[in-house]
Design a protein around this ligand. Structure first.
Ligand code: NDP
Length: 489
């Protein structure tokens, strides 16, 4: 078991209170590590360090090429430590090793992408109706607070830190108290690369105290948050009521995955299962509402049920595991409560719904992949984000009805459409009110493309050129080229 410290002002430190938290392997309940349990006072120290680093220009005054070089070095170090990071991610959040390996490589790719973009932050010159040279320049926002969730810990740290640093900001990042370990390993990597003190601070602690300090502190210029919609609303309110700091929010989803009768049947079956159960369903973009055209509905459900036994549950480090445990016992309780809600609402439980039996599962937070049919759009299991391995299948008769059901949600994060008719695919995707859509696939995510939602799935975008925009201010500069005195009196 390793005892971690957090990273404030270029140093690894304990919390002021000396309190620590035990980190458990969600598959076995074994202790994996201890981390400092910070409070508002620790967070204030980190924010002050970041403020000083920004105001002194320790990072924003470096050249873009130097920032790019630094980000490339982080990526390289992540790749060199990929095995350790992937295994640690599995032990901390439960996901299968193959998924953790993918996340680690993707995190490195994200740093590389923004390393490339660091040198391409351009302004423009603009013709104005006077004798001026007028320019628009882009500048870093300042001290950026970043709160990340527990489902993709290292990857979310990369999505937040890479664009912010590329743009010249300084950061205080708070991982979830449940899954802080790979972020703390990232702190070690950053420390070894000798970034100026205070530019990156990684502070562990509970959302309700350490996280709220980030939202209310007036020395923070911007807060970026990924997590639940309710928490996102609280953060936006705190940000507005303190210093109106900039806010970007990547929140939840109840995403429709729509299968038309003219889809490639086998590909759609795999896409439906992968969309719902990858990463145990703990994915904001999970295809947790499966809309299936009535004429193929029964055959489609039958085909999914035949494949369910291939989704092997187990410890993420065990060969062949396709689905691990849920992140915590509290979260499992929440998922199980939703399964009971589905049953009491009259949906038909066609598989799963319970904990797997056997010695290897007894101390972990496992729940079997669960499918409900006969779900109506009004049921809570069709409307609320469960964030676990629970798929709600809804029948539809026409394309219009499919679009109507798909959009009948407070969320607007992601959607999938399965059809071999390209005209229909284009027409349907065009009507879906969501920020991320896939045709004949589900889940692929690219560092080059904007990630984020419509409606209550948040605002702002991460990744791509759009992601760096969230970390830049825009300034106009007007240089008078006319020496004639101003004639106003
Ligand atoms: P939260 O939204 O509560 O947590 C996400 C992050 O926010 C964590 O770092 C958490 O810290 C922090 N946080 C929590 N409360 C506050 C607060 N008041 N002020 C500042 N930061 C805070 O998600 P949960 O873990 O409770 O999960 C609840 C639901 O949120 C899930 O069931 C799911 O529906 C959704 N969710 C969505 C995610 C997404 O990717 N969009 C990711 C995770 C959850 P800490 O964990 O340390 O308390």
């Amino acid at each position: 078991m390793q005892n971690y410290q957090m990273y404030i002002n270029g140093q690894f430190v304990s919390s002021v209170s000396k309190k620590t938290r035990e980190i458990l392997d969600p598959a076995s309940g074994e202790k994996v590590a201890t981390v400092p349990e910070s409070n508002a006072q620790d967070m204030q120290l980190a924010i002050s360090a970041a403020r000083v680093a920004f105001d002194k220009g320790l990072w924003r005054k470096t050249t873009a090429a130097d920032r790019a070089s630094f980000l490339f070095k982080i990526a390289q170090a992540i790749r060199l430590n990929a095995k350790m990071l992937a295994e640690l991610e599995v032990k901390n959040c439960g996901k299968p090793l193959s998924e953790a390996e993918f996340d680690v490589a993707d995190a490195a790719g994200c740093f590389e992408y923004y390393a490339g973009l660091a040198t391409k932050i351009h302004g423009e010159t603009v013709q104005v109706p006077a004798n001026f040279m007028s320019m628009v320049v882009r500048e870093p926002i300042g001290v950026c607070a970043q709160i990340i969730p527990w489902n993709f810990p290292l990857l979310m740290a990369a999505w937040k830190l890479a664009p912010a640093l590329a743009a010249g900001n300084v950061c205080v990042l708070k991982p979830s108290e449940l899954t802080p370990l790979t972020a703390l390993e990232l702190a070690k990597i950053i420390h070894q690369l000798e970034l100026p003190a205070g530019v990156v601070n990684i502070v562990t602690g509970p959302g309700a105290e350490a996280g709220e300090e980030l939202a209310i502190n007036t020395n923070v210029d911007k807060i970026a948050f990924t997590g639940g919609t309710l928490t996102g609303k609280k953060i936006a309110t705190m940000a507005a009521n303190s210093n109106l700091k900039r806010v970007s929010l990547e929140l939840g989803g109840k995403n429709p995955n729509i299968v038309f009768a003219d889809a490639d049947f086998d590909a759609a079956v795999d896409g439906a299962l992968f969309g719902a159960f990858a990463n145990q369903g703990e994915v904001c973009s999970a295809g947790s509402r499966l809309l299936v055209e009535e004429s193929i509905h029964d055959k489609f459900v039958e085909a999914m049920l035949k494949k369910i036994p291939n989704i092997k549950l187990g410890h993420g480090l065990k060969t062949g595991t396709k689905m691990g445990p849920l992140v915590s016992s509290a979260h499992r309780d929440k998922v199980e409560a939703y399964i009971q809600i589905g049953i009491s609402e009259g949906a038909k439980l066609v598989c799963g719904g319970k904990r797997p039996e056997g010695e290897e599962f007894k101390n972990g937070n496992f729940v079997e992949p669960t499918i409900f049919t006969n779900v109506t759009p009004q049921m809570r299991i069709a409307r609320e984000e469960i964030f676990g391995p629970v798929l709600s299948v809804i029948k539809f008769k026409t394309e219009e009805e499919a679009v109507q059901i798909a959009n009948d949600t407070i969320y607007g994060l992601a959607a999938g459409v399965w059809t071999q008719n390209v005209t229909r695919a284009t027409r349907v995707v065009g009507q879906i009110r969501a920020g991320i859509t896939w045709v004949n696939h589900y889940h692929p995510t690219f560092n080059e493309l904007p990630w984020g939602g419509y409606k209550q799935s948040g605002h702002g975008r991460e990744l791509g050129m759009y992601g760096i925009e969230e970390y830049l201010e825009t300034k106009q500069i007007n240089i008078n080229l006319d020496t004639t005195p101003i004639a106003w009196y």
